[in-house]
Write a protein that binds this ligand. Structure first.
Ligand SMILES: [Zn+2]
Length: 493
């Protein structure tokens, strides 16, 4: 104990002024010392571990259900309600204060996941065309925000609705079919809705969003009566082939129109992840900033559960790494093979960091593959066209050419290999391990990620998850099964 104390109390520091060894006068160091000492992490973890034990104990004594993740000083508390999150935070702050640590509120953020939408003000209530599948047939209608129901229907009709199936929550929408039938529904984000009878139906958004209160619909096309957010959007619309009456559009056309509009909105950056305004106040009365996404251990976690944000961020980081090494990629001394190995070591590893946990969509794969292709095209240029007559000429090499010359796996195959390798690690880990438990829970829940993994298992011929559990016990066999083989990846064109 004294030894450690001595180490910290009496240390001095001096700065070397020049290369020949002239030193500035030594001084007592009071700050920054903890970072440099190899004993510091151990001491810190010792103290934090104690604080977290106290925190866990008090929470269980006071019946505050909370789960937490911790990596060094990066802590995440997971609660099921706003109030509980606040209580847990207070307990954590108290436990930390006990050992002289404090929670930096300015660096703390809170995020709400999978929340029921709040009551929307009547003026903001919207409606949208939807297509609901019902006993193998599809019916179209308007899906309206529940708060705006009185503006489309009188009180008497609405009181006839049976709300007994909605436990703990109100319906989120009123669904009015085109034949005049109507029902109260609870809309799930997954593309399912539950109607007043408690039946679950699949549904699709067809677009044509507008406010229920017509005075809010400021920019309406006189020809087809579609509503737009800005006058510019309306002006652009009148020039397109999509200015057609709703009745004329087929279901597929309506769906395509919605997709086009969504893509346009995304392109101009209008559709951002929505921040749910959760209010969590710390022990001193400071409000914690609510966010829609936060970074944890170098990965962006967003409240809608997708990975697109993280993938775009990774592409940006990898692109900056790639640009920094321009001198290497342009060098004429280094061979293309060496450049490719450097690329996969330095750029691809940054690009695909933590990719085993991503929920990748087809669009995400396209983004990744586009970046990969552009990089490889740059690297393999000298092999493909040895005599560069005009370096300014745009490189128009096809994907096939580039990937053949580079002889690397396509992104999809790399992603699959990484996922399966990680799956093997998890399956071989101890059953009580948190990660193993998480994996089992995830695979049981039928989440998007578990579907991707099951798809992978099918693709490599392992089949089911139980087969994987058996096979993964043997590291060599698992490696042979999960390794990406040339026959398995198909180049998407
Ligand atoms: Zn129009």
């Amino acid at each position: 104990m004294q030894l450690i104390q001595k180490l910290y109390m009496t240390s001095t520091i001096s700065v070397r002024l020049s290369m020949d060894g002239a030193w500035a006068p030594a001084f007592r160091q009071r700050v920054g010392i903890r970072q440099g000492c190899s004993l510091s992490p151990a001491l810190f973890v010792l103290v934090l571990d104690f604080a977290l034990r106290v925190f866990t104990d008090t929470c269980s004594q006071q019946n505050i259900p909370v789960q937490w993740l911790g990596y060094a000083d990066d802590l995440v508390l997971i609660s099921t309600a706003e109030v509980l999150a606040q209580q847990a935070l207070h307990q954590l702050q108290a436990a930390c204060a006990f050992v002289g640590l404090f929670v930096n509120v300015s660096k703390t953020e809170c995020m709400a996941v999978d929340t029921r939408s709040e009551e929307i003000p009547k003026l903001k209530a919207m409606k949208e065309r939807v297509l609901v599948r019902w006993d193998h047939a599809e019916y179209s209608g308007w899906l309206m925000d529940w708060s705006g129901r009185f503006s489309v229907m009188d009180n008497q009709k609405l009181t006839s609705l049976d709300l007994s199936k909605f436990v703990n929550t109100l319906p989120s929408h009123l669904l009015v079919y085109d034949d005049g039938e109507f029902t109260s529904v609870l809309v799930k984000k997954s593309g399912w809705l539950m109607d007043g009878d408690g039946d679950k139906h699949r549904f699709k958004h067809l677009g044509f969003q507008e406010f229920l209160d017509d005075s809010q619909n400021k920019f309406r096309c006189p020809a087809c009566s579609a509503v737009f957010a800005t006058d510019r959007a309306l002006a652009t619309h009148t020039k397109t082939q999509w200015c057609r009456k709703l009745e004329v559009l087929s279901v597929d056309q309506a769906r395509q129109l919605r997709r086009t509009r969504c893509a346009n909105e995304k392109r101009i950056g209008k559709r951002r992840a929505t921040i749910v305004p959760v209010k969590v106040v710390d022990i001193d009365g400071n409000c914690i900033t609510p966010v829609s996404e936060f970074k944890y251990l170098g990965t962006l976690v967003s409240n809608h559960g997708g990975s697109t944000g993280e993938i775009i961020r990774r592409i940006q980081i990898a692109a900056s790494v790639f640009t920094h090494l321009k001198a290497i990629w342009g060098s004429t001394i280094l061979s293309v093979a060496l450049k490719l190995r450097l690329f996969s070591a330095v750029v691809a590893s940054v690009l695909l960091y933590n990719s085993q946990c991503w929920v990748v969509t087809a669009n995400d794969v396209r983004l990744l593959e586009g970046f990969y292709f552009r990089c490889l095209r740059h690297l393999t240029r000298s092999t493909r066209c040895p005599v560069q007559t005009n370096p300014v000429t745009v490189d128009k090499a096809s994907k096939i050419d580039v990937f053949r010359v580079a002889n690397v796996l396509v992104v999809e195959a790399i992603l699959r290999e990484r996922r399966l390798r990680w799956l093997g690690h998890l399956l071989r880990s101890d059953l009580q391990d948190t990660a193993h438990q998480c994996l089992l829970r995830e695979m049981g829940s039928g989440s998007p990620w578990s579907k991707i993994v099951l798809n992978d298992l099918q693709a490599v011929g392992v089949g089911s998850f139980s087969n994987a559990e058996r096979l993964a016990a043997n590291r060599v066999n698992w490696r042979a099964a999960s390794l990406a083989r040339p026959g398995l990846h198909v180049l998407r064109l």
